[in-house]
Design a protein around this ligand. Structure first.
Ligand SMILES: [Zn+2]
Length: 367
């Protein structure tokens, strides 16, 4: 059975909806055709010419990368730099490139989850939850159809709360309506008021899934006109936002913790702000450039903030209240390709989903 590129994209977008990407980002399908048949997927952190060659050699025609190779726009495609050459190569080789970038950074089960795995953090939560990411669907369904409508809502992604899914609240009640001329009511007669025993079903959902969930609910609902409410909630979705914070159990000494980081991420050198002489218990992490989260990490009372791409002045911002550790951009995000591979392998068995073996880190350490 052939699988189209669009089907792979659907699975990736269920993990990290494109609506969660930053405004400056360019995640999504960058080259290739969604209708093209997928014969194999190669997952990578960066999409380079070498990775594309690897894809072809391994029989893959789709590359799923964390970093978008086309990021700030392309005005010419003459092959005068590595971005242009990579794009030309992808088109010549008929390869689809899909990037899953800041949208994957903003999920509790995304990039930062893999960093937390390597450090061994427990009690993981989002460091900076994003407002406006949680909504509630309330709908009114004839009693006999409540089960089917609930199932459809759950299958489309409603009702998930942290480690629980299929969460809903159900209240019995009576719906009234009068069908007018031209209506085709599921029950009741034209021109007379009808009373129907109904269930009020309510369930929360991540806001990027709204269209999908409403469509699924409508499809399972027997009425011609479905009564439902979409309510924006003031509490953010607990699994959506930037950065991750968790605890080390047991606490480690600061140097011991730095040793753990060096080992776990194979980093050539760790740049860090001054040590404070206190045990490391609470730790925040942010894969890639994380300076925008310094104030959030301080507010969360963390002992260490593990991230990358820190500038000189940003180390001052630790202010003796935590230690900022810059473990390198590639190093911090290197386990993302395994995450992508695992997600796809679970869904697709008729073709290979591989992880790139190319070390794409453009940074070298002289020591
Ligand atoms: Zn990155």
């Amino acid at each position: 059975m052939s699988v189209k590129v669009s089907r792979i994209i659907e699975v990736l977008e269920q993990l990290a909806p494109p609506a969660l990407q930053e405004s400056y980002d360019n995640a999504g399908l960058l080259t290739g055709n969604p209708d093209q048949e997928c014969i194999g997927v190669l997952c990578t952190l960066d999409c380079t010419e070498e990775v594309l060659e690897e894809a072809v050699a391994k029989g893959c025609n789709m590359v799923v990368a964390h970093h978008p190779i086309i990021f700030s726009g392309l005005k010419k495609i003459t092959g005068s730099n590595y971005v242009q050459r990579t794009v030309i190569s992808a088109i010549r080789k008929d390869l689809a490139i899909y990037a899953i970038h800041t949208n994957l950074d903003h999920k509790l089960d995304g990039v930062n989850d893999r960093i937390a795995d390597r450090i061994g953090l427990t009690g993981r939560r989002i460091l900076d939850p994003r407002p406006g990411t949680l909504k509630k669907l309330v709908c009114f369904v004839p009693v006999d159809f409540a089960g089917a409508v609930r199932d459809a809502m759950f299958a489309a992604g409603a009702g998930g709360i942290s480690n629980y899914d299929e969460c809903s609240f159900n209240t019995p009640g009576t719906g009234t309506f009068r069908a007018l001329e031209g209506a085709d009511p599921f029950t009741g007669r034209i021109g007379s008021r009808h009373e129907e025993p109904e269930t009020r079903i309510e369930a929360v959902f991540p806001s990027p899934f709204e269209n999908r969930i409403v469509k699924a609910m409508r499809a399972a609902h027997p009425y011609e006109e479905v009564a439902f409410d979409i309510l924006p909630l003031a509490n953010p979705h607990p699994g959506i936002g930037a950065g991750l914070v968790g605890e080390l159990a047991p606490a480690l000494g600061e140097k011991e913790f730095l040793g753990l980081l060096k080992e776990a991420f194979g980093t050539g050198i760790i740049r860090h702000s001054p040590l404070r002489g206190v045990p490391v218990q609470r730790v925040a992490v942010c894969g890639g450039a994380g300076s925008f989260l310094i104030s959030k990490a301080l507010a969360a009372g963390v002992d260490f903030f593990v991230t990358a791409d820190m500038k000189y002045h940003e180390f001052f911002d630790a202010d003796g209240r935590m230690v900022i550790a810059d473990i390198g951009h590639f190093e911090s995000e290197q386990y993302t390709s395994a995450l992508l591979q695992e997600v796809l392998v679970k869904k697709f068995t008729t073709f290979a989903v591989l992880k790139s073996e190319v070390n794409t880190n453009p940074v070298r350490y002289f020591h």
